[in-house]
Structure formats: structure tokens, C-alpha cells
Ligand binder design. Structure first.
Ligand SMILES: [Zn+2]
Length: 123
């Protein structure tokens, strides 16, 4: 599994096999993570407040994405500001947990190095 598919599928950054988030998805705890990876034991919360930085990452990425969406709706499709923002709010509501999880996944992947010894083909 390569880096990007590991990020996108919320896999552990060290072994790229264990899950970063508790399955099945629980609506009341959308960001609940197990304490350790079930495969390699990597901590999912290496230090207190670890995911604080992922909020900034998420803010930057979604800020430009949403600006692009509103720009597209207003300039290309010639919508009014109110219409464009209603569509944007619906889009944000639908993708909220996805972006929050992706930001966490990307953050821990940037901090924890992949360890080849957990590659299943080599075991
Ligand atoms: Zn792991």
C-alpha cells in the first residue's frame, strides 16, 4: 500500500495495515481512535494534543477548496452569493467527518515513518 492510499484509507502510518479509527463508524464518536494500532502497536495519540496541528492543516486545505467551490458556482455557473453558500454549506455538512478524519490521517502520516518490516509480502 502506498502513502496516499494509506492516508485515504485511514491506515496506521507505520505498518499501513491497522486501522486508525474505530470501526464501524459511530455517529456520536466520529473521531474515536483505538489507543494503539492492532497490527504493530503504534500509538495513535503519540502525545497529548497531537492532532492540534491537523486542525491548521484542515483549515488551510478546506479554506482553499471551499473558496474554489464558491468561485466556481458564482463565476462559472453564474449563481448568486446566497445560492452558492447554501450549496457550500450542504457540501460541508456532508463531507465534515471525512475531512476531519483525512486531516488527522495526513497529520500522523507526516509524523510517523513507514516501517517496511511490517510489509506482508516480506513476512
Ligand atoms: Zn500499525
Amino acid at each position: 500500500m502506498n502513502f496516499l492510499s494509506s492516508v485515504y484509507q485511514y491506515k496506521c502510518p507505520r505498518c499501513r495495515q491497522g486501522d486508525l479509527f474505530v470501526k464501524p463508524f459511530n455517529m456520536s464518536k466520529p473521531l474515536e481512535m483505538p489507543d494503539n494500532c492492532a497490527v504493530c502497536g503504534q500509538k495513535t495519540m503519540p502525545e497529548p494534543g497531537f492532532y492540534y496541528g491537523s486542525m491548521f492543516l484542515s483549515y488551510i486545505v478546506t479554506g482553499f477548496l471551499y473558496l474554489g467551490i464558491v468561485g466556481f458556482l458564482m463565476l462559472v455557473l453564474d449563481m448568486s452569493v446566497n445560492k452558492a453558500f447554501i450549496i457550500l454549506l450542504l457540501f460541508v455538512a456532508i463531507t465534515y467527518f471525512k475531512t476531519a478524519r483525512l486531516a488527522r490521517s495526513l497529520w500522523i502520516h507526516a509524523m510517523v515513518r513507514y516501517d517496511e518490516k511490517y510489509d506482508q509480502k516480506k513476512i
